[in-house]
Structure formats: C-alpha cells, structure tokens
Design a protein around this ligand. Structure first.
Ligand code: FMN
Length: 194
C-alpha cells in the first residue's frame, strides 16, 4: 500500500481529497443539497443510456430516514444515523425492449458509476458521502418498498464532517483517509501477464 494519500500522476485534487469519514456534525442537510448530489449521479454514463440507477433518500428526522437507518447493521447504524441524509442506491435489472423485459447486464456497473459521481459532488459541495454495504437487504427493501426487478447496492450516509471524539472509541483511530495500492498493481499494459 502507498502510505500517503498522494497521487502518483497528476489528477484533479477532488479525486484524492474525497474520502469516507464516519463522524458527522449535528448539522442539517437540505433537500436542495441532496438533489444536487442526485443530479450529479443522473449525468453518469450508462450502457445504451439505460440509466438503471435508482435512489431513495430521506433527511434526518424523517420517518423514511429512521426506517433506512434501522436496516443498517449495528456497526453502521451507530455512526450513520447521525448523518444529515441517507440515500439508498439501487438499480433496475431489466430494460423494456420490443414490448418485453430484457436483462440489463450493466445495471450494477452503471449504478456504481452514478454513486461515484454522487460522492465526488458531495466532496465538491463541502459534504461527505460514505457508502455502506452493511445493511439487511430484506429490511431495506421493505423500508423503501423496493419494486420487483430492482436490486439494492448500498446505503450512503451524507453529511458535514463532525468531531471524531463523538465516535465510539474503536472507530476513532480509523477516522482517516485510507491509502491505495500502487497503480502498477491494478493497471497492466497489454495484458495481465505483461
Ligand atoms: C460498496 C461499498 C460498501 C461499503 N461498505 C461499508 C460499510 O458497510 N461500512 C463502512 O464503514 N464503510 C463501508 N464502505 C467504505 C469503504 O470502506 C471505503 O470507501 C474504503 O475504505 C476507501 O476509503 P475512502 O472512501 O475513505 O477513500 C463501503 C464502500 C463501498 C464503495
């Protein structure tokens, strides 16, 4: 792992600057702020421009927020319920073609791209977005009334960064930007065996 969060090649600072904190400030996030994040997600590229991503969101204090928070695993709920907003990322697994449903093999890839847009827009807006795969799928699906032909990917906590001292002790030392493996390990020229 590279120890420091420094790019080996020139990139816009947003890519290295974005990270996933768990300590959120007790500061509200507005509907307009969430819509800006979803707008960024909406402009992601997708296979055949199918736009399979779907989002269900709620602000802290709303019943929908509590229902989504309750579906998180306890480890995540402990810190994520202090976020200003929760956004469930889902996707539609089929497309309508020639009057029938056809499987869309790219729905997950495209939903991931959209989440990336959302996270970077949050960073640009002075917010933090932290994705979580640790949730009870059945509970989240029930909480948001997930339609058929849809699958869940992640729940994203969004908010302003807060005081690390308010986190449970075991999470305090983990509240730091993480490193990355060297580029040479993940990108090969020509083939994996080159
Ligand atoms: C799909 C996905 C699932 C994740 N699940 C969790 C989770 O359940 N709990 C958690 O604390 N962090 C979770 N994370 C956050 C990752 O651990 C984090 O993004 C990763 O360590 C890289 O750190 P960075 O985002 O700060 O750069 C998840 C991230 C992604 C993209």
């Amino acid at each position: 792992m590279t120890n420091i969060r420094v790019a080996d090649h020139p990139v816009d600072p947003q890519f290295v600057g974005r990270w996933s904190p768990r300590a959120f400030a007790d500061k509200a996030v507005s509907e307009a702020q969430v819509l800006a994040l979803l707008e960024a997600a909406r402009w992601a590229p997708s296979a055949s421009n199918n736009q399979p991503w779907r989002f269900v969101w709620a602000l802290r204090g709303e019943a929908g927020f509590a229902a989504i928070a309750d579906s998180l695993v306890p480890f995540n709920k402990a810190w994520a319920e202090k976020a200003g907003a929760l956004i469930v990322v889902a996707s539609r697994t089929v497309v309508d073609k020639d009057g029938a449903k056809q499987a869309n093999g790219f729905h997950a890839f495209d939903a991931g791209t959209a989440w990336g847009h959302l996270a970077l827009q949050a960073h640009l807006d002075g917010l933090s977005a932290h994705a979580m795969g640790g949730f009870d799928h059945a509970k989240t699906a029930a909480a948001i009334h997930l339609p058929e032909d849809h699958v869940l990917h992640a729940v994203v906590a969004v908010g302003y960064r807060g005081d690390v001292a308010n986190l449970p002790e075991m999470l305090q030392s983990r509240e730091a930007p993480s490193p990355r493996v060297p580029l040479a390990e993940i990108a090969k020229r020509g083939s994996f065996t080159a």
